[in-house]
Design a protein around this ligand. Structure first.
Ligand SMILES: [Zn+2]
Ligand SMILES: [Zn+2]
Length: 340
């Protein structure tokens, strides 16, 4: 089969002919139909996040059709259309049983990180990671739901517990994740302030329902948030950028006792603990989406409450070009590798 293989960090992936992956008991072989391309794939290429030893086939936002099933696979059969929850938790420890599978201490790994992923014609996935794809949802949409939408749902619903009437700032609201967070926040009934840096992204945030948009290039943009919230600041500031200036300004935009939610992450950013102390700000970290989160997102998309935002579709062999588009930060929505 054809696959995009990472053989050396910081180098382009290579389109290669490799063996179809084996599959064992409890596993299925999926014929990949679409795979989302993610900022995390850039980090993987550059060796900035843990993965298995190279070579690796990345691709963690996968949708496809069951091509074959291993022994003991009971809930899926050949021809079923599915999407993948890419974390492989133990599903039996107290953390998993409390519904927080992405931080399972016995995590077996992730598709596209510790296990080969979906930038290939076929991928092997444990049955437990599969979710049925409704007919009404396309494969590229399903790929976007599994991470870009699911991660935002996890951050806003499970972690920040955003309620109707809350005020919420989305830093990087015009990007591939931000536009999904914006739609979830509006669906939850929040007042949404979008922050981003180009006129085009400000317009996009308005189009997706932001109540106010702010140019993040403006110095002291937190004062604009303060003015808009009767001098108080927002209940939640959700950061999709992780540049230092966005953290420094973002924390000043949080209401006393509110949340600074870090969806984007970096070892480099610093947090003003004195400011946090003075205002009792909760720093919330958030890690991807659980299978249950993805299932909730599927319902929202099926009910036309939220629309997966896809900017461009590329072919398998154009993945390096796709990663470059992500690096340049110019995409308006998600990039999807489409096998059709
Ligand atoms: Zn991703
Ligand atoms: Zn567990």
């Amino acid at each position: 089969m054809k696959a995009m293989v990472l053989r050396e960090y910081m180098k382009p992936l290579a389109l290669e002919e490799v063996d179809r992956p084996a599959y064992g008991p409890g596993e299925v072989l999926l014929k990949v139909k679409a795979a989302g391309v993610c900022g995390t794939d850039l980090k993987i290429r550059d060796g900035l996040v843990p993965t298995k030893e190279l070579p690796l086939i990345p691709g963690h936002e996968v949708a496809g059709v069951v091509a074959a099933t291993g022994e003991n696979v009971r809930r899926f059969r050949e021809g079923d259309e599915v999407l993948v929850s890419f974390y492989i938790p133990c599903n039996s420890c107290p953390t998993c049983l409390s519904g927080r599978q992405t931080i399972c201490p016995q995590l077996k790994g992730r598709i596209g990180f510790e296990f080969n992923g979906g930038f290939a014609e076929y991928v092997t996935v444990p049955e437990d990671c599969l979710i049925s794809k409704p007919q009404a949802i396309s494969f590229p949409q399903a790929a976007v739901i599994s991470d870009a939408l699911g991660t935002c749902y996890h951050a806003l619903v499970r972690r920040a517990k955003v309620k109707k009437g809350d005020s919420l700032v989305i830093v990087g609201g015009g990007g591939g994740l931000g536009l999904h967070a914006l739609q979830i926040a509006k669906w939850l009934g929040a007042v949404v302030i979008g922050v981003d840096v180009s006129a085009e992204k400000l317009d996009l945030m308005k189009a997706y329902g932001a109540d106010l948009v702010i140019d993040g290039g403006a110095p002291s943009w937190s004062t604009i948030v303060a003015d808009y919230t009767q001098g108080l600041g927002a209940d939640h500031v959700v950061n999709f950028v992780a540049h230092q200036q966005s953290i420094d300004e973002g924390i000043k935009a949080v209401h006393n006792g509110g949340h600074l939610v870090l969806v984007a992450y970096s070892k480099e950013v610093k947090f003003n603990a004195l400011w946090g102390h003075l205002h009792e700000i909760d720093l919330l970290s958030t890690r991807a989406a659980t299978k249950a989160d993805i299932e909730e997102c599927l319902k929202l998309v099926t009910a036309n409450q939220i629309e997966p935002v896809i900017d461009q579709r590329i072919k398998l062999g154009d993945l390096n070009h796709g990663l470059q588009l992500i690096k340049e930060g110019k995409l308006k929505g998600r990039l999807v590798m489409d096998m059709e």
